[in-house]
Design a protein around this ligand. Structure first.
Ligand SMILES: Cc1ncc(COP(=O)(O)O)c(C=O)c1O
Length: 189
C-alpha cells in the first residue's frame, strides 16, 4: 500500500523517527564497540540456561503456555511476584494490582494512556530518556524540561515549573539517570 495515501491519525504527526532504533543499527556492526546503546554484553546473556528452561516448560506446560491466558499475565508468575515485591522493594501488592507487561515501557505506555490527555503538561529532567519522550509525544503530552545539573533535577526550577504548568506527571530517574548516569543527591530527594 502507498504510504502517502494512508490517512494517519493526527497524533502520528507528532512522532518522529526513533533515535534508539538508529543507535541499535550500529550495535551489531562487526568490530565496532558502540557505547551509544545500553546493550548487555553477549557473555551476560544466559542463552543455554534459557533454552533449557524453555524446552522443559514447553514439554511440561506447553498446552497451557501456548493457549490464550489471562490478560493480566500468567497467574503463577503474578502470584510469585507478590512475595518478591515485598522482599525486594517493600511493596505490599494485592494480586489484583500485579500486571505483567512486556518490559517497563509497556507499563509506562499504559500509564500514559490512562493519565494523559492531549496538551497535558509533563515535566521531565533535562536531558531525559529518549524512549520515554517518544511515548509521551505519542499521547500528545506537553513536555516541559526542568533544569538539571550534576546533583540531578533543580528543585527550585521544578517548583517554578510546577506552579506555572500544573503538570500531570514528573518523569524522573533518581538513580543512574539515563542518559546522564547521574543520581539525585540525598538532599534533593
Ligand atoms: C530509563 C529506561 N527506561 C526504560 C527502558 C526500556 O525498558 P524495557 O526494556 O523494560 O521496556 C530503558 C532501556 O534502556 C531505559 O534506559
Amino acid at each position: 500500500m502507498n504510504q502517502e495515501t494512508i490517512k494517519y491519525a493526527k497524533r502520528i504527526d507528532k512522532l518522529t523517527g526513533s533515535a534508539i532504533r538508529e543507535i541499535f543499527k550500529y550495535a551489531n556492526v562487526p568490530g565496532l564497540i558502540s557505547f551509544a546503546g545500553g546493550n548487555p554484553g553477549k557473555f551476560a546473556l544466559p542463552v543455554e540456561l534459557v533454552a533449557q528452561i524453555s524446552h522443559d516448560l514447553m514439554l511440561k506446560k506447553g498446552n497451557e503456555l501456548l493457549q490464550y491466558g489471562q490478560t493480566e499475565g500468567y497467574l503463577p508468575l503474578r502470584e510469585s511476584l507478590i512475595p518478591y515485591l515485598t522482599k525486594t522493594f517493600g511493596v505490599n501488592a494485592k494480586l489484583s494490582e500485579v500486571l505483567i507487561t512486556t518490559g517497563s515501557m509497556q507499563g509506562f505506555d499504559l500509564m500514559l494512556k490512562s493519565l494523559i490527555n492531549p496538551g497535558d503538561a509533563v515535566l521531565t529532567e533535562s536531558p531525559a530518556f529518549l524512549g520515554a519522550l517518544q511515548a509521551m509525544n505519542a499521547y500528545e503530552a506537553n513536555i516541559i524540561s526542568v533544569k538539571s545539573d550534576s546533583q540531578g533535577i533543580d528543585i527550585d526550577h521544578l517548583q517554578e515549573m510546577m506552579k506555572r504548568h500544573h503538570p500531570k506527571l514528573l518523569y524522573i530517574i533518581p538513580t543512574f539517570q539515563n542518559p546522564t548516569g547521574i543520581s539525585l543527591s540525598l538532599e534533593r530527594r
